[in-house]
Design a protein around this ligand. Sequence first.
Ligand code: FAD
Ligand code: NDP
Length: 462
Amino acid sequence: MQAFDFDMLVIGGGSGGVRAARLATGHGARVALVEQSAMGGTCVNVGCIPKKLYSYAASYAHAFEEAAGFGWTMSSDQHLDWATLKHRRAAEIARLNGVYEHMLASGGVHILRGRARLADAHTVVIGDRRVTAAHVLVATGASASLPDIPGRELVLTSDAMFDLPQVPGRLLIVGGGYIACEFASIFRALGAEVVLVHRGTGLLSGFDEDVRKFLHAELASEGVGFRFNATVRQVRSEAGHRVVRLSDGHEIVADAVLCATGRRPNISGLGLEEIGVDLTPDGAIAVNAWFQTSVPSVYAVGDVIDRVQLTPVALREATVLMDKLFGSGTLHMDYASIPTAVFTHPNIATAGLSEIQARTRFSRVAIYRSTFRALKHTLSGRATRTLMKLVVDAETDRVVGIHMVGEDAGEVVQGFAVAMRAGATKAQFDSTVGIHPTAAEEFVTMRSAITEPHYADPVVAE
Ligand code: FAD
Ligand code: NDP
């Protein structure tokens, strides 16, 4: 390997790239990492972290309202200082950028600044510099993909939402996935009038039907408006506003339009096709089970491949690949039952199969389902409810799906996902003593099974 400048060169200092570089140096490899922008990538700069901070900010709107029910006297002029929130978020992100930078440098990773391009199977060009490596890892992430409509230059992507000059009075959101739901919930709580326009019949396609329906009802009760079965035909600017024409002919006036219609892999200008790296039909980098591309020395992980666009997935892919290249080679990536959360108010968290997926896979399925008003809301006065659902393969009694909509659902489901992955049966759930009083104890106390199909088809909007 000494013939090359480095054993490994990583393009991209986001979730996957940083994890790979750190692990590789830990294995004793000589590693360089190229980043064109702030260290930490999407998650740290314009994704998970600022989004969750804004979600916390939004949760205070509810907390202030609820406090009166517990005897607190709240002043009448509670209001959000958006500038303070932006400033404090930016300071925290800058701190994290520094932490990442320091972590890499102190771990022995050689950091290169600039935009990288592959010149051949082992050579990367950054400006006027050429660097060679035995292995090249492409971890360049993805960017928002906008529908090709007249006026697309007038719409915003999630990147811009964190630094808006003010909270928009009227926000129109296009899409029904993770970002659309999270930003609808956050900006509604921060004071915007929100309308969500989605081409489908319900939110969050692919999630359990009960979860989808429940979230729709919760967001509607918070005042989010919905236009399902509709697409945007045109956006135009009029008197400083955005006028959005829908496929059904209706026009909606908004102060800002957020387009959250998926994210496309960042492959442009990388020189991939020129050196023979195959792409998938959707423009992602095609890789095998070990993240190797059609050029054997070039690998790819994270959002730039066509798997699952989540930070912990990018981290795991990088871990598996580094183990393969420099470690024991015993790890492998398993995409089954990846737990995930949607940070709406209330949160959604899920692991494993939806009811419909389970019914197509197993001959007999038992559903355990509970909806209730959480203890806190008996005094808070808030009408919000919690949904908890277990999907069980009735032949083996194994729990194959866990779903929750409710406060801190992500925190609750993470632990249960371990049990499910370990093959826990419903009987083992039942024999686990609950923690009282919590919402989570419901997962070990649900006793009545529904065996008939609960949802026959995935249409959820009413
Ligand atoms: P990235 O983190 O995007 O990193 C890619 C890096 O490569 C970037 O820093 C980029 O500047 C750099 N780069 C690109 N091209 C070049 C080049 N040619 N030369 C040099 N550098 C280059 N996931 C979760 O698990 N939980 C969440 O709550 C969550 N929330 C999200 C919220 C939003 C609004 C968004 C947009 C995403 C969210 N995600 C969340 C998804 C998560 O952020 C991504 O899955 C994750 O960041 C992907 O990591 P990555 O390493 O593949 O790419
Ligand atoms: P999603 O894939 O979650 O949702 C995209 C939405 O846009 C879907 O409702 C889709 O409809 C719709 N859509 C796609 N193309 C068009 C089009 N041309 N016209 C109209 N609607 C369209 O993507 P997001 O952009 O919300 O987020 C990107 C990814 O980032 C997520 O998939 C997730 O992996 C990650 N993420 C994770 C978060 C978390 O972990 N909490 C938070 C935010 C992002 P349809 O359903 O019909 O396909």
